[in-house]
Design a protein around this ligand. Structure first.
Ligand code: ADP
Ligand code: MG
Length: 425
């Protein structure tokens, strides 16, 4: 047999068996193949789209992991109905929203505030084989405020409860702590471009006058204010052309800022004008925006004095916009000034922490001579009627992760031995 004949006979045999059942099966297989091809094409398109999207988001894996984490928790943020606790030392953390620059840089938000007193930092990490994962750091404070909270809300749980301390003849302090750009000035001075989100200076002033004018205290007290800044061991009067002032300690360990301007005030507007004037002084003579002001501590004080005894201070409220805490890193800088500023800020923030802790322990020994800042605030860390609150400000972006963790660690330490209601992680 030739090969041509064999082929012919095979074909003949096949066609004999081509019954209807086989035909059906074949067309079904063909259909399946079509569907499969279509699905494959769709999956490929989806993958291409994902890659295209992810090219726009360098942190897409991180974004997904954080999204998944958040899906699993039930959010119960601080609400204005929550109780205000009475503490000797109150520590609150405030997260600001991502700003336009961060959004344009495609920064992602790595902070989750699940409840009224917890905060989580999702730190991006990778294993040795380069697989990415999150290290979630959980901290607990007296209050945690998420990016939607207003200055009013922050005030309600931090400075406002201390108004009565001042009218009871006590010394109160409120610190804004955090890295430059985290929202310290926004929280203290408010939104300077509009009236919508008044800051803690204005809100405190409003309540001070409300109390002073109440039936209980009517005509009893005189309220006055001062505003000064501390920059590398020097004190400058922000209500008097930045005049350099001396600090003196008398034989009773009372610390005086000699020649500090003190203005009597009778309304919130008058206080706001002083804040405006002082902030302008603070910013003047600077080479770049935010340079020197972020490296100095700004101290705004309210004094109340009894009309019958105006020579002694009855109560005092100090509101402090601290220098940016990221400066510690500058101790390694090549510029001598920057190095000096950095170590000075570091030192003053360390002293501050020690003084607050000493207040919490009711310690007889107060290490207030550790810095100018703690020296001028000495009377606020002693006595039976001194109370303090600290608002630790944090930036939400992944680029601020290290600074944020440093801020939270510091805030955690401030309160560690503070009130007996120590913080757990
Ligand atoms: P700091 O004083 O800590 O250096 P700022 O208060 O100047 O930081 O804030 C940096 C920027 O972020 C400012 O433009 C400010 O208006 C904005 N900002 C800060 N906190 C908030 C907030 N809670 N809501 C909206 N914008 C904020
Ligand atoms: Mg500032």
């Amino acid at each position: 047999f030739s090969s041509a004949r064999i082929t012919k006979s095979v074909i003949e045999t096949q066609s004999k068996h081509k019954d209807k059942g086989t035909l059906k099966r074949v067309s079904k297989l063909e259909q399946d193949r079509l569907v499969r091809r279509k699905n494959q094409a769709a999956a490929k398109a989806e993958k291409t789209e994902l890659i295209r999207k992810n090219q726009n988001n360098p942190h897409w894996e991180l974004t997904n992991m954080i999204r998944q984490f958040r899906r699993q928790i039930e959010f119960k943020p601080l609400s204005s109905q929550d109780t205000i606790e009475d503490h000797l030392i109150t520590v609150a953390v405030r997260k600001r929203p991502l700003n336009a620059i961060e959004i344009s840089k495609k920064e992602i938000d790595i902070i989750t505030v699940p409840s009224k007193n917890q905060i989580i930092v999702h730190e991006p990490k990778h294993k040795v084989d380069l697989t990415k994962y999150l290290e979630n750091h959980m901290y607990r404070f007296d209050y945690t405020l998420n990016e939607t909270s207003s200055n009013q809300m922050v005030y309600k749980y931090t400075a406002q409860p201390l108004i009565k301390t001042v009218f009871n003849g006590g010394f109160a302090t409120c610190f804004a702590y955090g890295q430059t750009g985290s929202g310290k000035t926004y929280t203290m001075s408010g939104n300077l471009h509009s009236d919508s989100d008044k800051g803690i200076y204005a809100l405190t002033a409003s309540d001070m006058f409300k109390s002073a004018k109440s039936a209980k205290y009517r005509h009893k007290f005189i309220i006055s204010c001062s505003f000064f800044e501390i920059y590398v061991k020097k004190v400058f009067d922000l209500l008097n052309n930045k005049a350099a002032l001396k600090i003196l300690e008398d034989e009773l360990q009372q610390v005086h800022v000699v020649g500090l301007t003190e203005k009597i005030v009778t309304s919130e507007d008058e206080v706001l004008n002083l804040v405006l004037q002082g902030n302008k002084e603070r910013a003047s003579g600077q080479t770049s925006a935010n340079s020197q002001s972020s490296r100095s501590h700004a101290i705004f004080q309210f004094y109340i004095r009894n009309q019958l005894n105006p020579n002694s201070v009855y109560g005092k409220f100090s509101l402090i916009d601290l220098a940016g805490n990221e400066r510690g890193a500058d101790t390694f800088s090549f510029s001598k000034t920057t190095r000096l500023e950095g170590s000075e800020i570091n030192q003053s923030l360390l002293s501050l922490k020690e003084c607050i802790r000493a207040l919490g322990r009711k310690d007889a020994h107060l290490p207030f001579r550790g810095s100018k800042l703690t020296q001028v605030l000495r009377d606020s860390f002693v006595g039976n009627n001194s109370k303090t609150c600290m608002i630790a400000m944090i930036s939400p972006g992944v680029g601020s992760c290290e600074n944020t963790l440093n801020t939270l660690r510091y805030a955690d330490r401030v309160k560690e031995l503070g009130d007996g209601n120590s913080i757990q992680k």
